[in-house]
Write a protein that binds this ligand. Structure first.
Ligand code: MTE
Length: 312
């Protein structure tokens, strides 16, 4: 995202998905999808392990979910390379067990959660969210997870906790992309406390009813659907409650391009491109980008009175 202008994204990155969908439709029409799979032709098959006890939720959309195949092969996860297909190809080296998430800083109850305890912390829900990348593409993803406030409440933040910092694993052996200095590792993101407490803010542990694939941020990641995708930090090992606004990885890299808030806002251009429109992966024509990615009813009040051009 540091490197590419949306118009620089080679069309080859996007068009194969169209071809793929067309081919699938054609094959379904011919009733030969099963035969195609037997011949090794790609279908939208899920490779993952089903998550048990996932409840439906009120977070649904009247929009088609992006096919599993696109959600899991068109990714940004610079720890595994900067190409869109790199994470799917390289993230096999990430070991997601054992895994712990440390809760630190301004809290009454610091500690470490084992990932399997976190999976049982609160009921798992399916939540279909619109996701908008700062580069100009978007997807609709059926996440599985629980709201971050479930962790925050148990951590008992002190009065000094004004922000929450999220830190990704830092391990070059497992994350070969960290050998490159494209970012100052580890990947760090942050939210203001009220943003973190918002019911929309999700800790995702799965998608499409299955365990989160490594390339999507296994075993646990943040999902903040009204902000550009880069706020949704992947493969989190630490959640720190702090008094001062965290310095995020992208703010460190290019502060004039990536601000702390990074709310989806079609009226505030990226310094190098407009944010008015987006390309939904799998669609040909661009669509208008919505203020707060369409979640204004739930989050606009968090920013009342703020100049969103200044606090971009
Ligand atoms: N988290 C880490 N640790 N490293 C990354 O490079 N990329 C971000 C975000 N979280 C990134 C990350 C960006 S730019 C986007 S758009 C989303 O992850 C992409 O999530 P997805 O690949 O599951 O769609």
């Amino acid at each position: 995202m540091l490197i590419l202008h949306p118009n620089d994204i080679p069309s080859s990155e996007i068009t194969p998905l169209e071809h793929y969908r067309d081919r699938r439709r054609f094959m379904q029409g011919m009733g030969i999808l099963a035969a195609g799979a037997a011949l090794g032709v790609a279908a939208d098959v899920h490779a993952g392990i089903k998550l048990a006890g996932v409840r439906a939720s009120a977070y649904k959309l009247d929009e088609n979910a992006t096919p599993y195949k696109s959600v899991t092969t068109y990714n940004n996860f610079y720890e595994f390379g900067t190409g869109k297909r790199d994470p799917a190809e390289n993230a096999g080296s990430l070991k997601t067990r054992p895994w712990t998430v440390a809760i630190e800083g301004e809290v009454g109850k610091p500690g470490e959660y084992d990932i399997d305890a976190l999976l049982k912390l609160a009921p798992l829900e399916e939540r279909v969210y619109r996701m908008r990348c700062v580069e100009g593409w978007s997807m609709v993803i059926p996440w599985v997870g629980f709201p971050l406030h479930e962790i925050i409440r148990r951590a008992a933040p002190t009065g000094n906790a004004r922000y929450v910092e999220f830190v990704t694993l830092n391990d070059r052996r497992q994350m070969p992309g960290q050998r490159s200095r494209v970012l100052d590792w580890p990947y760090v993101e942050g939210l203001r406390m009220d943003e973190a407490m918002n019911p929309l803010t999700l800790m995702a542990v799965g998608l499409y009813g299955e365990v989160l694939p490594n390339q999507n941020g296994a075993p646990i990641r943040l999902v903040v659907p009204w902000k550009y995708g880069f706020k949704s930090a992947k493969s989190i090992v630490k959640i720190r409650f702090v008094e001062k606004q965290p310095l995020t990885a992208w703010m460190k890299a290019t502060p004039n391009e990536y601000g702390f808030y990074s709310n989806v806002n079609p009226q505030v251009d990226h310094p190098r491109w407009s944010q008015e429109k987006e390309r939904r992966i799998g669609e040909f024509f661009k669509r208008d980008t919505l203020m707060f990615n369409g979640y204004g009813d739930q989050v606009a009040q968090l920013y009342r009175g703020m100049d969103l051009k200044k606090f971009f």
